[in-house]
Design a protein around this ligand. Structure first.
Ligand code: PEP
Ligand code: MG
Length: 589
């Protein structure tokens, strides 16, 4: 029975929006697992049952993937590739078959035990990516079991109004299969801002909170709650005063977003006329549409490794050329920066997943991997060069550069590719601009030496912060130490900008720091000329730019560089933005 006392829970807001409504708990409703012995003669029949369930599971996953690709774009649909790999994994399936044969027991029991053994092993891995695969195995196994046992439960049977869905965790395939019209918001016990459920919720525009430990025990179906996906607040049995207050907050945010929509075609220019290039970060060619709809002027970061991850291997030159050319054409006449392969760290191909490195973020990643495998790298360089024939503003950017020497090596391979294309009579832009990401402190400190070899710098603050402060960007235990406003980070940004300027090249920022509206004046004041961010953040960031004076932003940056700590800097940034664009704080905090 729902209680009546007001109770508040705090999690991590991962998808913005405020909703109030009734809870539907997705938990504990699975059928009990059947367990029985089977005579040896029945083993083949048991195998056939499994085959049939696998065929149906494959069909469902392909179907969901297709729907997600159409609705949400390629990046989100890529999640299901790892699910399909589980269904086709010969080692995993062989073990299930062996278990049935040797232990003479039913397929449901054998499958569950083998899958759980795999999942447990993966869960203990250091690597985030491998730990996520444990979730995939459990998710797919649940789906196969449901198909073996005659279909799943219809969570919404008998429910006629949309609900706030509460669960321990929502596997991505379940999330995609949920009828969006029946859900108001999502709250889960597990998850982080980069977990699959959070990514899907953002893409589906559903307000969401993760990390609400033990919430399933505390709530009941039918409880009335308010969910705030910005602040991470979940309030059960809210008083009518609180409901009124949240309704006001929701109305205010909706009004602000509506106003921001009117800025789509407006320039990103400060009050005193200083123009900023506002571009978008994308993962797949399909994302260009969302970027343009939000008013992006160009693509400042195309994370090309997602082509490899979606393909689970190196796509050939033709396939890559088609993808890059599609983006080049769609965004023309605006610029597009294609970042060369940044695999490694937490982004691994299936074939590399078992290549253990003690410290993958300090290991064989990005440009190191490419320079170590020049043939693989040259396939990509040729594809990018050929795509440059479709847009004179198509640029190349090398990730994880740590020294000028690496730029020389990459440029030598690029020139070889130009010669090869000349010989083959294939068109490309010989004047193509080459830039580098500044995301390792050694690159920032030697920016002066790197600048003469390139045409632009793009600061990857996601990595620059982690490497400068020695704080793993994905580890929630040290998240409080991950401070983009730390003086060390600010000095490295300033140094990079100034070194670039002395050599006549521009500097942008393409890390998440640029999407934080509070920090935008600081970056602009430090002399950053381009901001490249996820499409959803463009309207907010543009609004801040249009409300500040460049001279005030420069003053802020000068002061920030003298302050002793990141918290002081953040406070100054908040004070400035709350004075010039107070509405934006309603959306950001
Ligand atoms: C960065 O490091 O800031 C960046 C933009 O690259 P990625 O997040 O892909 O590492
Ligand atoms: Mg990076």
């Amino acid at each position: 029975m729902p209680g009546t006392r007001e109770l508040a829970f705090k999690g991590i807001g991962v998808s913005p929006g405020v909703v109030s409504g009734l809870v539907l708990i997705l938990q504990g409703g699975e059928e009990p697992l059947p367990e029985y012995a089977i005579p040896a003669d029945d083993v083949p029949r048991e195998m056939i049952r499994l085959e049939a369930a696998l065929i149906e599971t494959r069909r469902q996953l392909n179907d969901i993937q297709q729907r997600v690709r159409t609705a949400l774009g390629g990046e989100n649909a890529g999640i299901f590739d790892s699910h399909l790999q589980v269904v086709d994994d010969p080692v995993f399936l062989d073990e299930v078959y062996r278990d049935i044969r040797e232990k003479n027991r039913n397929i449901e029991k054998a499958l569950t035990e083998v899958a759980e053994r795999y999942a447990q092993t993966l869960q203990q891995m250091e690597d985030d990516y491998l730990r996520e695969r444990a979730t995939d195995i459990r998710d797919v196994t649940r789906r196969i079991l449901r198909n073996l046992m005659g279909g799943g439960k219809d969570w919404f049977a008998g429910i006629d109004s949309p609900r706030i869905v509460v669960a321990h965790d929502i596997p991505p395939s379940d999330m995609a299969a949920l009828d969006q019209h029946k859900i108001l918001g999502v709250a889960t016990e597990l998850g982080s801002p980069t977990s699959h459920a959070a990514i899907m919720a953002r893409a589906m525009n559903l307000p969401a909170i993760v990390g609400l430990h033990g919430i399933c025990q505390q709530l009941h179906d039918g409880d009335r709650v308010i969910l705030d996906g910005v602040r991470g607040d979940l309030v059960v049995n809210p008083t009518s005063d609180l409901e009124t207050e949240y309704r006001r907050v929701a109305r205010t945010r909706a009004r602000i977003r509506k106003r921001l929509e009117t800025l789509i075609n407006e320039p990103a220019v400060t009050l005193d006329g200083h123009a900023i290039e506002l571009a978008a970060n994308i993962e797949m060619p399909a994302d260009v549409k969302a970027a343009q709809a939000r008013g992006a002027r160009g693509i400042g970061l195309f994370r090309s490794e997602y082509l490899y991850l979606a393909h689970d291997g190196a796509p050939d030159e033709e396939m890559q050329y088609n993808a890059y050319a599609e983006v080049a054409r769609k965004i023309h006449p605006d610029p597009v920066i294609i970042r060369t392969l940044d695999l490694g760290g937490d982004k691994l191909l299936a074939t590399d997943r078992w290549t253990e490195e003690a410290n993958p973020f300090l290991g064989w990643r990005a440009i190191r991997l490419c320079l170590g495998q020049p043939l693989l790298f040259k396939v990509q360089l040729r594809a990018i060069l050929r795509a440059s024939a479709h847009n004179p503003q198509l640029r190349i950017m090398y990730p994880m550069i740590s020294s000028a020497d690496e730029v020389d090596q990459a440029n030598t391979l690029l020139r070889d590719c130009m010669d090869e294309l000349d010989e083959a009579g294939k068109a490309f832009n010989r004047e193509i601009e080459v830039g580098v990401m500044i995301e390792i402190p050694s690159a920032a400190l030697t920016a002066e030496l790197i600048a003469p070899k390139v045409r632009f710098f793009s600061i990857g603050t996601n990595d620059l912060v982690q490497y400068t402060l020695a704080v793993d960007r994905g580890n929630e235990r040290v998240a409080h130490l991950y401070e983009p406003t730390h003086p060390a980070v600010l000095h490295l940004i300033q140094q990079t900008v100034q070194a670039g300027r002395r050599q006549g090249i521009w500097t942008g920022v393409c890390g998440e720091m640029a999407a934080n509206p509070l920090l935008v004046p600081l970056l602009i004041g430090l002399g950053v000329e381009e901001l490249s961010i996820s499409p959803g953040a463009i309207p907010m960031v543009k609004d801040v730019i249009r409300h500040i004076d460049f001279t005030k932003a420069q003053e802020l940056a000068r002061t920030a560089l003298t302050l002793p700590g990141g918290a002081d800097v953040l406070e100054r940034c908040r004070t400035l933005v709350s004075r010039v664009a107070p509405e934006i704080l309603e959306l950001a905090e």
